[in-house]
Design a protein around this ligand. Structure first.
Ligand code: ZN
Length: 366
């Protein structure tokens, strides 16, 4: 049995979280006041958080994405981006996350006159500030950035070059996101080819609301090392009448090659990709030993933290500390940080952290 305290204290690794989906409601109110943004229904942080959750939970990826117009509108100034990125680091650290790759699409923050380079620099500066504050508060965290290109715009090559340009300052990979229908990964082939030719990392939002073709293209044409969601890989898994499980060619490839799946169950429930948490394919994929990782996607929109996602896993599927450590090791192994950094993370933070919690548990039982 995993208590909320144990879950929060256990070291966690987060690979799929959007900066513009994780603002604190109180910060939204303050940033909106500063620029006179009038499209919020309330100035009460708690009611505002609930409003975002209701807006996101409409069983449609397109409606879910609509809610981001409000957060993105507030991220048009350098100081706002620095603040939001710093608070992101502090909030994740307080939740027991020890390493996080948080993504943002710089194209979204250029309406106030910032260049895309300035947006990335502000984001990274915020991470540095937040990491320092988290360390001072006794919760050290490593924050890295993924630079996302939005599928509905056509600047993907420019964004890919931007990501590579900032690789030595904390950007560890390139991603594409946004509506899936009508925007297959191969539309952006030149951007992915550029990134691969630069020996840089690629993760792609694929197989979230759209099925197997987007996963296939992401892996076999675009060189995705990880799949953002990738949950629709279950469409290639069948159960025969005698109860045996059969993997199709693509599902077998994903499992054989240990392709990390950045699964975000609550977000999938809100976008309508899955009916309920308990029916989410994460449990089947975990039992079949796919390289499953557990993620938040959008902490504000979905009203979650990484700890609350683990608590939901415990409630729905009865996972314990061993399964939690396995999911965390999967994420640590799949991070885009260099190999020696990943080893250090696993050997000096993740494994000792779980061993200590296990020892505490047996001491209580004894
Ligand atoms: Zn996402």
């Amino acid at each position: 049995m995993l208590s909320p305290q144990v879950i929060r204290r256990a070291p966690k690794v987060l690979l799929h979280d959007h900066l513009d989906g994780g603002l604190r409601p109180a910060t939204i109110v303050e940033l909106a006041d500063e620029i006179g943004y009038g499209a919020l229904p309330t100035r009460d942080p708690e009611a505002l958080g609930a409003w975002f959750r209701r807006g996101a939970d409409r069983k449609s990826l397109e409606l879910y994405l609509e809610m981001f117009t409000h957060t993105v509108a507030l991220l048009q100034r350098r100081d706002a981006i620095v603040r939001v990125a710093a608070e992101c680091a502090e909030d994740l650290a307080a939740d027991g996350v020890v390493y996080a790759e948080v993504r943002y699409a710089p194209e979204l923050s250029t309406e106030g006159g910032l260049s895309m380079d300035e947006v990335v620099e502000a984001n990274l500066e915020g991470f540095r500030v937040g990491m320092a504050q988290a360390a001072a508060a006794g919760h050290p965290i490593v924050m890295r950035m993924l630079v996302t290109a939005m599928r509905q715009f056509s600047r993907s090559v420019e964004v890919a070059q931007l990501a590579v340009r900032h690789r030595d300052e904390g950007v560890v990979g390139f991603d594409t996101a946004g509506p899936e229908a009508g925007y297959r990964p191969t539309k952006y082939l030149d951007a992915f080819e550029y990134v691969r030719h630069e020996n840089f990392h690629v993760t792609i939002h694929a197989g979230e609301s759209f099925g197997l073709p987007s996963i296939w293209e992401a892996l076999q044409f675009c060189g995705a090392e990880r799949l953002g969601h990738g949950v629709r890989i279950v469409d290639d898994i069948t159960r025969t009448p005698d109860g045996a499980i059969h993997l199709g060619r693509l599902a077998a490839f994903v499992r054989d090659r240990r392709v990390p799946l950045e699964l975000c169950p609550t977000s999938n429930v809100h976008t309508g990709a899955t009916a309920t948490f308990a029916e989410h394919p994460i449990e089947l994929l975990r039992r079949l030993r796919f390289r499953v990782t557990l993620n938040t996607d959008n902490r504000l929109m979905s009203g979650v933290s990484l700890s609350s996602e683990f608590a939901a896993m415990e409630a729905a599927f009865g996972i314990g500390l061993d399964e939690m450590e396995w999911l965390t090791l999967n994420a640590a192994k799949s991070a885009f940080a260099p190999f020696d950094e990943r080893l250090r993370l696993i050997a000096t933070i993740v494994k000792p952290g779980y061993a200590a919690l296990r020892a505490e548990g047996s001491a209580v039982v004894a």
